[in-house]
Write a protein that binds this ligand. Structure first.
Ligand code: F6P
Length: 349
């Protein structure tokens, strides 16, 4: 009997809800096409060390509603390790793989794009990140769940804020793209949103918060973790050269500024990694499943060096290079919309 071709699947970078549905979709479609799958453990690290486990349809059957990734993940960058790329190529050989599906954000897929460009490495990418900052795709799974959780947390803050007549500040993740903060703010009806895409206008923020507090006896600010309050530059960097943002304490600093300038008692909260765990929303389950299935199809068609993108309501392959060339950040149209929503009522009062 002819041996089946093998696809390795890995998940790299920060985990997010939707990864398990994507793994499930890829494995179910690959099995239906006659492939065997191996689950490469903990991102690129698993290829460096040839660490993988069999991944059958039975293994993935019941994982659609599970948060995290059953494969484990890491922020390992083979390009930052001595002989890292050679080790990845050797690990791929050793595991007897014919193709790889790499699920990740700009870092993981950046490595995939480089490996394809430099070594014609047979890889297909699946976009994942709660940050929603990948180009060439309308959405990444993980974003909907993370923003929905943050929105719910914000609404809880408003309840306690109103009881105590306080201003409440919620800090959300999302790195250097403000999508999570923006969607959370719109969804929770926030009075001001601080995004990394533009400097915080402190005077305008104070004006709006005072007006909102006068009307509602509370006011809500959503801030991105990456907002620059004039004290950037001292942060630790990870393997991909990104700042480790969670140590910056943006919410606490903003709360201090707001309390001082408005004279209204202010409290802050940081949702942090809680927004990355838990069951994926329906949207993320469907998107994860669709891109996972499509990735296995691209492998079967020999379309390597591609990433599965959501464009409108279609999923389609786009060059990995296009997806990783530039970060997708909040546009001027969205900034204008955010201003209308938090500014219009304040202007009338
Ligand atoms: O990129 C996803 C993300 O959740 C960012 O929003 C956040 O800044 C970062 O990961 C946190 O990374 P870690 O899990 O390594 O602390």
């Amino acid at each position: 009997m002819a041996t089946k071709k093998k696809i390795g699947i890995l998940t790299g970078g920060g985990d997010c809800p939707g990864l398990n549905p994507a793994i499930r979709g890829a494995v179910l479609q690959a099995s239906a096409l006659g492939y065997e799958c191996l689950g490469v453990q903990e991102g690129w690290k698993g290829l460096l060390t040839a660490d993988a486990l069999p991944l059958s349809s039975a293994d993935v059957e019941e994982i659609i509603g599970k948060g995290g990734t059953i494969l484990g993940t890491s922020r390992t960058n083979p390009y930052k390790k001595e002989n890292g790329v050679l080790q990845v190529l050797a690990g791929f050989e050793k595991l007897g793989l014919d193709a790889l599906i790499a699920m990740g954000g700009e870092d993981t897929l950046g490595v995939a794009a480089k490996l394809f460009k430099e070594h014609r490495f047979p890889v297909v990418g699946v976009p994942k990140t709660m940050d929603n900052d990948l180009s060439a795709t309308d959405f990444t799974f993980g974003f909907d769940t993370a923003s929905t959780l943050a929105m719910e947390a914000a609404q809880r803050l408003v309840d306690t804020g109103r009881s105590h007549r306080r201003v409440m500040v919620l800090e959300v993740m999302g790195r250097h793209a403000g999508w999570v903060a923006l969607y959370t703010a719109i969804g929770a009806g926030a009075d001001y949103v601080c995004l990394p895409e533009r400097p915080v206008d402190v005077e305008e923020m104070v004006r709006r918060l005072k007006a909102a507090h006068a009307r509602k006896k509370t006011a809500l600010v959503i801030t991105s973790e990456a907002v620059d309050l004039g004290d950037s530059g001292k942060e630790e960097l990870d393997d991909f050269g990104h700042m480790i943002l969670k140590k910056r304490g943006v919410a606490e600093k903003l709360a201090e500024i707001i309390e001082k300038k408005t004279g209204i008692e202010t409290r802050s909260a940081v949702i942090g990694h809680m927004q990355r765990g838990g069951p994926p929303t329906l949207f993320d389950r469907i998107l994860g499943t669709r891109v996972g299935v499509a990735a296995a199809q691209l492998v079967a068609q020999g379309k390597f060096g591609q990433m599965v993108a959501l464009q409108g309501n279609q999923v389609a392959g786009v060059p990995l290079g296009d997806a990783t060339a530039a970060l997708k950040t909040v546009t001027a149209e969205w900034l204008a919309l955010a201003d209308v929503l938090s500014g219009a009522v304040a202007r009338k009062s």
